[in-house]
Design a protein around this ligand. Structure first.
Ligand code: FNR
Length: 351
């Protein structure tokens, strides 16, 4: 029996992932900032939202397909951008891009990816969207956008909720760093997880590929303050496709983004990884929808753990939703089969 057969929901995937991954890697994925109050609230707040069933409606013909940013997708969910995914499972970025194309759902490749943007784009084609962090100054941000555009990416996600990288206590306690610094405790952690260690070593230790030279290093804790309203304007002028701004929780910001002509916003608190005092996005979503009107494109993530959460987000004003940790845990738990399984579970539950 494959390990994916033991996955019946995203919590199973998380448990199996914990048993497979070195603590250092599991905590990087599952951890959040501060006391992890925001991350826990993201999940728990969904319990307070109730769904009211309606009677005597013919539901014999149903469809999960939906449109977002002018594109038609088979499901109202996709895969959120996550850096260093290949730490969960070798080739994770490509596995996600492949399945995105196969099942017609969007997959976002992060600036902090360890896979070449070209390879991801040839696997996912237009289902792969590019997520931009402005590290090392606005010029480099614009340069990265131009590189992505020249490869063929058409949809860009500008993440704006990391003006300053947050302290994540699990990472500090475990000595998690990108690139890796391997001391005694990390060595022991890897040694007692030989399957992960051999698999990861033999496929090459993941490194952030967009930051490889001396004057353009990736520091996980570096600030990403290069993105301001002026930068957004410049980005708009060079990017031909759609731009969606990720990490919005304030009604004022949402209204301003609409007024400057951005294509859509993404309501998110980064899975609680950035600001521990931030509200749960599901609590803010209806207010933002009211402020923007019914037609403005809104994506949503943070805390979605099963299909009823997705239904609650859609009913609260989201047009589209994205999954974060459940995807990486499923990959860590059972590789490609785990990824297929979790997407099928969400699909079946939704249908
Ligand atoms: C993230 N997230 C993220 N977001 C982003 O815009 N750029 C990035 O590089 C990353 N990296 C990243 C790594 C890991 C390991 C995780 C778990 C998350 C945040 C991600 O896109 C999304 O907002 C949250 O993961 C959604 O919350 P849930 O679904 O994980 O609760």
């Amino acid at each position: 029996m494959g390990r994916e057969e033991k996955i019946f929901d995203s919590f199973d995937a998380c448990r199996i992932s914990q048993s497979k991954l070195p603590k250092l890697i599991f905590d990087f994925i599952e951890g959040a900032t501060g006391r992890e109050i925001a991350a826990n609230a993201n999940v728990n707040s969904f319990n307070e939202v109730k769904l009211l069933p309606r009677a005597l409606i013919d539901v014999s013909e149903r469809s999960l397909s939906t449109s977002f940013l002018g594109e038609k997708f088979c499901f109202p969910f996709g895969i959120a951008p996550m850096g260093m995914c290949n730490l969960a499972y070798p080739n994770a970025d490509i596995l996600m891009a492949n399945i995105a194309k196969e099942r017609n759902l969007p997959h976002c490749i992060a600036t902090a990816t360890s896979t070449n943007l070209e390879e991801v784009h040839s696997a996912g084609e237009d289902k792969s969207w590019f997520q931009l962090y402005v590290l090392n100054g606005p010029e480099r941000g614009l340069e990265l956008a131009k590189i992505a555009q020249s490869i063929g990416y058409k949809t860009l996600i500008l993440t704006v909720d990391v003006p300053q990288a947050a302290r994540r206590l699990r990472e500090l306690r475990n000595g998690f760093n990108v690139p890796f610094k391997i001391g005694m405790s990390q060595f022991i952690d890897f040694a007692i997880h030989p399957v992960w260690s051999i698999r990861t070593l033999s496929s090459g230790i993941p490194k952030p590929v967009l930051f490889q030279n001396e004057d353009n290093k990736f520091e996980r804790t570096a600030n990403r303050m290069g993105a301001d309203w002026d930068f957004l304007n410049q980005l708009r002028s060079i990017w031909d496709g759609k731009i969606i701004v990720k990490g919005i929780l304030s009604i004022e910001d949402a209204k301003k983004l609409k007024s400057v002509g951005i294509d859509g916003i993404w309501v998110s608190n980064h899975g609680g990884r950035q600001l521990d005092g931030a509200p749960a996005p599901i609590d803010i979503l209806p207010l933002i929808r009211d402020a923007l009107g019914k037609d403005f494109p809104i994506a949503f993530d943070s805390g979605l753990r099963d299909a009823s959460d997705i239904v609650k987000a859609l009913a609260s004003g989201a047009d589209f939703t994205f999954l974060g940790r459940p995807i990486l845990h499923s990959l860590a738990a059972a590789g490609k089969a785990g990824l297929e399984k979790i997407l099928s579970i969400f699909t079946e539950e939704l249908y």
